[in-house]
Design a binder for this molecule. Structure first.
Ligand SMILES: C[S@@+](CC[C@H](N)C(=O)[O-])C[C@H]1O[C@@H](n2cnc3c(N)ncnc32)[C@H](O)[C@@H]1O
Length: 266
């Protein structure tokens, strides 16, 4: 481990909220499998509103005045950009509550590791749809992180960013019209098991009034979440209807679907 990682560990051990220790082991570390992204921990990595709109098939104009919760939001700029457009958006992540410079340090380390790995495994990505090149993706996602960091510094105190972790959320039942969760559930199946996923999905539905959208429905190896059938059966037993919906988006190869959850009618 290099000195930068050591100094980040120092920052995070001083600043991590209690839930953080249960959900994150260490900064992102690449290993050598060519057929899969290999991440030992959940990366602090984020996308723009434009990407969210594509992989969640969102009509942003129609969300104006609605409440939207972005869960496991990381350094995504969705919430900052959505609020600018009149959406009542709130983001949650276990790392929120850290100082802005500590979050910037997470971004610096995790982005460097992630893009290094993406460049050594170009076969895992479909170029030409979401992005023409890895360079273009890096530019977009670094811009997302910069926008997030500026908004976090200004808005954390106003409760736009809430430090908390699935499988429990500190919100009332049906508090948000729409609940989103991108690039957390299912991807890290080595760290989070089926019971975690079932509990997390129930919690996302509990705090939603209308629907929950989860993307992608894949593991890091690019295959559909292996326990999707069991997950959907457990949710159905709780009267939660689930639907796999194809979306007009693909960057990580195969990540062209979302899982939509709703309470069963009646
Ligand atoms: C890869 S980022 C995804 C960011 C954003 N949703 C996107 O798609 O661009 C995953 C995030 O999940 C967060 N995370 C880790 N454990 C979590 C938990 N138990 N509940 C909620 N978020 C968690 C991490 O801190 C990290 O910021």
């Amino acid at each position: 481990m290099n000195t930068t990682l050591n100094s980040l560990e120092t920052i995070t051990s001083l600043e991590r909220p209690p839930s953080y220790a249960q959900t994150r082991v260490s900064p992102v570390t690449a290993t050598s499998s060519a057929s899969s992204l290999e991440l030992r921990s959940v990366s602090f990595f984020g996308r723009t509103l434009a990407e969210y709109a594509q992989f969640f098939a969102l009509d942003i104009a129609a969300l104006k005045g609605k409440s939207v919760l972005d869960v496991a939001a990381g350094p995504s700029s969705f919430t900052a950009e959505a609020c600018k457009r009149g959406v009542d958006a709130v983001a949650v992540d276990p790392l929120y509550g850290c100082r802005p410079d500590a979050l910037a340090a997470h971004v610096a380390i995790d982005y460097r590791a992630m893009f290094a790995q993406m460049r050594t495994k170009p076969g895992l990505f479909r170029l030409g749809k979401a992005f023409a090149s890895i360079d273009e993706a890096e530019e977009s996602r670094r811009a997302a992180a910069a926008r997030f960091l500026a908004d976090y510094e200004a808005q954390f105190v106003h409760n736009r960013y809430v430090g908390t972790a699935l499988p429990q959320l500190p919100f009332l039942d049906r508090a948000f019209d729409v609940v989103l969760c991108a690039h957390f559930l299912f991807l890290y199946a080595k760290q989070f098991d089926l019971s975690f996923h079932v509990e997390a999905c129930r919690e996302l539905v509990r705090v939603s009034r209308d629907e929950v959208k989860i993307h992608p429905v894949l593991g890091l190896g690019g295959k559909r979440y292996a326990q999707l059938k069991e997950l959907r059966a457990a949710l159905a037993a709780d009267r939660i209807v689930s639907e796999i919906v194809r979306v007009d988006y693909e960057f990580f190869a195969g990540a062209d679907e979302m899982l939509v959850l709703k309470r069963a009618a009646g």
